[in-house]
Design a protein around this ligand. Structure first.
Ligand code: COA
Length: 376
């Protein structure tokens, strides 16, 4: 028997949800290239596509959007809980902690029942953005802003975060960044979700566990770290020295590299284009100028190793343009990934097999207990 560290390259499922060609830089959802979805669709329609395997009809789409709008509001008990917990609680922990409680508002508890798949999807897509935005307001010592059902999904989220209705072009770009986060085959958090659902635990437990997996800086947590990394650099002229020092110390450059993409991450390419547009609309921010020079310089050292910027490198700059605090970058990633996690849970449960890998034991045998007083 061999140990497959990190299960790298070991298929654990057959899936028709998304496809990546890491050599060519291709990402498709249900066979449709993400570039086409970003151009023509929106996050909620893509969520439906991912989870139910087809684009919704007009009637299905309208019902789906309306059901999500009916689920935007948080129960007062949850808002009180948010107000009572320590303000030092990291936003990803807040999200991970509250998601299982949302199951209390879902009548369809049976994980094998298709009704559970639909109701947990609309409940989570509705309430997760409200949790993130309410937590931001509570941290600022302000009252949470109630959702506004007259706004579209991204507009409402940005409104709850800032109290201002964003310009349409900007909220649309934000919505499209959610499309780009929505799904990415079997990564660490998605694998976590299907492991949990394979025990027949419900989708809330699966998503809450996936949020925990996503929070690590080798996964979704990288976007926040990119912001801090770029802010360590005080001057554009220091970028090269900063990168060289990091590489000499064998440190990872946050927002660069990917287990699957050995070429430019197609999602990063799209968000970089959004940034170009944002810089035209809002002027070139200091962080934007640093990120552009950083990318160009880092590639001089990393391109030969096939290490390119990933989605997290540019989303950090994108969110900072929208004045979103860095601690919320990874929760926003999680909010975008909900449909991907649920699509995999729904697919996996159809032919469920409880995950139970094995191990190669390399410890001792017949070792005897030593009483505490004799242990020195
Ligand atoms: N900065 C510097 N070097 C990097 C690097 C980075 N971001 N990512 C990989 N490398 C180097 C490693 O140091 C290693 O070099 P070596 O062969 O000289 O020891 C080589 O590339 C392979 O590293 P490995 O960890 O095996 O690659 P991987 O493909 O498994 O790594 C990540 C994938 C995502 C874990 C890795 O690129 C990383 O840590 N990136 C930074 C965190 C990040 O942005 N995560 C978000 C991913 S979407």
């Amino acid at each position: 028997m061999n140990v497959y560290a990190g299960l790298t390259g070991i298929p654990v499922v057959k899936s028709s949800i998304s496809y990546i060609d890491g050599q060519k830089g291709i990402l498709e959802y249900r066979g449709i290239p993400i570039e086409e979805l970003v151009e023509n669709s929106n996050f909620l329609e893509v969520s439906y596509l991912l989870v139910f395997g087809k684009l919704p009809t007009k009637k299905e789409y309208e019902k789906f959007v309306s059901d999500i709008k009916e689920n935007l509001e948080l129960n007062q008990g949850i808002i009180k809980f948010l107000k009572d917990i320590p303000k030092t609680t990291y936003p990803m922990k807040v999200l991970q902690g509250i998601i299982p409680i949302l199951s209390a508002f879902d009548e369809n508890k049976e994980v094998l029942d298709e009704k559970h798949h639909y109701s947990s999807l609309v409940n989570l897509l509705g309430k997760v953005p409200t949790i993130i935005a309410n937590w931001k307001k509570i941290l600022e010592g302000k009252e949470p802003i109630n959702p506004d059902k007259t706004l579209d999904y991204a507009q409402n989220f940005l409104y709850m975060l800032t109290g201002e209705i964003p310009e349409k072009e900007i909220s649309q770009m934000f919505d499209k960044t959610l499309i780009l986060h929505a799904e990415h085959t079997i990564n660490a958090s998605t694998f976590t979700a299907i492991v949990v659902v394979s025990t027949l635990a419900d989708f809330y437990s699966a998503v809450s566990s996936a949020v925990g997996a996503l929070s690590g800086k080798l996964h979704g947590g990288a976007n926040e770290k990119v912001f801090y990394m770029l802010n360590q650099i005080k001057d554009l002229n220091q970028i090269e020295e900063f990168i060289v020092n990091k590489l000499n110390r064998k440190e990872r450059i946050m927002g660069f590299g990917h287990r699957i993409y050995k070429t430019y991450d197609p999602r990063a390419k799209i968000i970089k284009n959004f940034l170009t547009r944002l810089s035209q609309l809002k002027g070139e921010s200091e962080l934007y100028k640093k990120a552009i020079k950083f990318e160009e310089t880092a590639l001089k050292y990393l391109k030969d190793k096939k290490i390119y910027p990933n989605i997290d490198f540019f989303t950090a700059v994108f969110y900072s343009y929208l004045k979103i605090p860095p601690q919320l970058y990874t929760p926003i990633f999680a909010m975008g990934r909900i449909p991907g996690w649920l699509a995999h849970c729904k697919e996996y449960i159809k032919e469920n097999k409880l995950f139970r890998p094995t191990q190669i034991y390399d410890g001792g045998h017949n070792i005897h207990y030593i009483p505490l007083e004799k242990r020195g």
